[in-house]
Ligand binder design. Structure first.
Ligand code: NAD
Length: 478
């Protein structure tokens, strides 16, 4: 789809679009073909310093801009994203692989985050404390300062907008480094902000060697907040860098979501929902339903029903009609997922469906179902981040909860039951930032999104997501 994808891309710093010129280049690859489709400039140290300088200069101006003006620009940018959703979606498909309909849907859903944060910012009220006559104590929320934000390739628009929207709404300036693998759609999101009237210097977008960019930006005194979505090891590394300057962090890291399926659930509905959601974005979703713990009485029926549905998932180039699942996003994924499946088989797991990289160009992988997966299989412990459902039977409620909580991760968790008591116990005792019962929706935009344990800390979205870009100040007048 090279005809819709720009042959060269740009950085955006201090209001200026910057070409490759003499900069190093990253080659962007279409995961459906494995072919290079574009060249992306990598920011030099001088570019990063320019971005830091611009963010530092823009911050006081933007902080002191009336919240209504900030909100109006965000609403306008949201409108532009909706108008351009089809085109931006096609860029996502070309660089990331997901089907065009899902890609355009990602853009539309993301646009709502500009709207939500625009309205949250207007209502970010402080407090007036009870004091004797003539005295006043106030609590106020103020923007934290310039932000360095790092977003991954699985949702090239949805992950960065969860950082851009609250930062800009709160009155911060921001330097965003999206994944080099999926740059173009994030660039177009920045273009929507620029076209909506965002002043120069408030939002920059840079690319480069991730470790070099993050260490340079986070070491700068300009940056007051670091936000990252990605893997646990990289999150820990960035937290150590941030600790040097006592900088605030939001870390949205990996998950390994348990799905507790009780024998009193609506089986057909549970199968329809979970089998569809598992293969969305080829399973490259931090909240993807992955570890299926199914009560013994319905285990065989569940595995069979899930496998039948998974076998019907249409895999192919995201631009082709009827395709439901595209390729994996980069060459690391098929080999990582393949290794995990091989390990699970060698330890006794039954392969009910798939299990292999597909024999064609690009990074396609079979929708895969593994049953009776032993607990010591790597895939039961490390996030597969691919189109694989792993299943095990359980007997009692307490066993299911023990299994759900056995990993050091805790992002999303799911349960399917018609029993209110079980639903309440699961909601209260499963260690996860988000628990969905009888549905799989955990990122509606107005609710906190984030993990516990090694899945990270800090919430994105909703009022909590806005406050993540603000500091609390008490003012006492006597
Ligand atoms: P990775 O761990 O190297 O990278 C993860 C993300 O972090 C990428 O976007 C990458 O560009 C970025 N990154 C890497 N090193 C960085 C650094 N020093 N500074 C700043 N950013 C850096 O590996 P990967 O192969 O891209 O992904 C592997 C695993 O990461 C996946 O299997 C999954 O577990 C996790 N992941 C999670 C999410 C999520 O939404 N939470 C998204 C993508 C990947």
């Amino acid at each position: 789809m090279s005809h819709i994808y720009p042959k060269t891309l740009q950085l955006h710093i201090d209001g200026e679009w910057i070409d490759i010129e003499d900069r190093d280049v990253h080659h962007v690859v279409n995961p459906s073909t494995g072919k290079v489709i574009s060249d992306l400039p990598k920011a030099s140290k001088a570019d990063l310093d320019r971005a830091l300088d611009a963010a530092a200069r823009a911050f006081p101006m933007w902080r002191d801009t009336a919240v209504g003006v900030r909100a109006a620009i965000l609403h306008k940018a949201a409108d532009l994203m909706r108008e351009r959703a089809t085109d931006i979606g096609r860029l996502i498909t070309a660089e990331q692989g997901k089907p065009v309909g899902q890609a355009a849907g990602e853009v539309t859903a993301s646009a709502a985050h500009f709207d939500i944060m625009a309205e949250e910012a207007k209502r970010c009220y402080g407090r007036v404390l009870v004091r004797p006559a003539g005295q006043n104590s106030f609590v106020k929320y103020q923007p934290v300062g310039p932000v360095a934000a790092f977003s991954p390739w699985n949702f090239p628009v949805f992950t960065p907008i969860r950082k851009l929207a609250p930062a800009i709404a709160a009155g911060c300036s921001i330097i965003l480094k999206p994944a080099e693998e999926t740059p173009s759609s994030a660039i177009e999101m920045i273009r929507c902000l620029v076209d909506a009237g965002l002043p120069s210097g408030v939002a920059q977008v840079v690319f480069g060697d991730p470790a070099e960019v993050s260490s340079h930006l986070i070491a700068s005194d300009v940056i007051r907040k670091v936000s990252f979505t990605g893997s646990v090891p990289v999150g820990k590394h960035l937290m150590k860098l941030a600790a040097e300057g006592m900088k605030r962090t939001t870390m949205e890291l990996g998950g390994h979501a348990p799905v507790l399926v009780f024998d009193d659930c609506d089986l057909e509905k549970t199968l329809d929902l979970t089998a569809m959601q598992k293969f969305r974005n080829a399973g490259q979703v931090c909240v993807s339903p992955t570890r299926f713990y199914v009560q013994s009485g319905i285990y065989d029926r569940f595995v069979e029903g899930f496998t039948q549905r998974a076998a019907k998932v249409a895999v192919g180039d995201g631009f082709s009609d009827g395709v439901e699942m595209g390729p994996l996003a980069n060459p690391r994924r098929p080999s990582s997922v393949g290794d995990m499946i091989h390990d699970a088989k060698s330890k006794g797991a039954e392969v009910k469906l798939g299990g292999n990289r597909q024999d064609k160009d690009g990074f396609f992988f079979d929708p895969t179902v593994l049953s009776h997966v032993p607990l010591d299989a790597n895939i039961m412990n490390d996030e597969p981040f691919g189109p694989v459902a792993v299943m095990r039977p359980f007997g009692r409620l307490d066993e299911a909860i023990e299994q759900a909580n056995r990993l050091p991760l805790g992002l999303a968790a799911y349960a399917f039951t018609s029993n209110l008591h079980k639903a309440n116990i699961v909601g209260d005792t499963v260690e996860a930032g988000m628990v969905a019962i009888n549905n799989l929706t955990v990122s509606p935009g107005d609710a906190p999104f984030g993990g516990v344990k090694e899945s990270g800390h800090g919430s994105e979205d909703g009022p909590d997501g806005l406050k993540a870009y603000m500091v609390t100040k008490a003012i006492h007048q006597a």
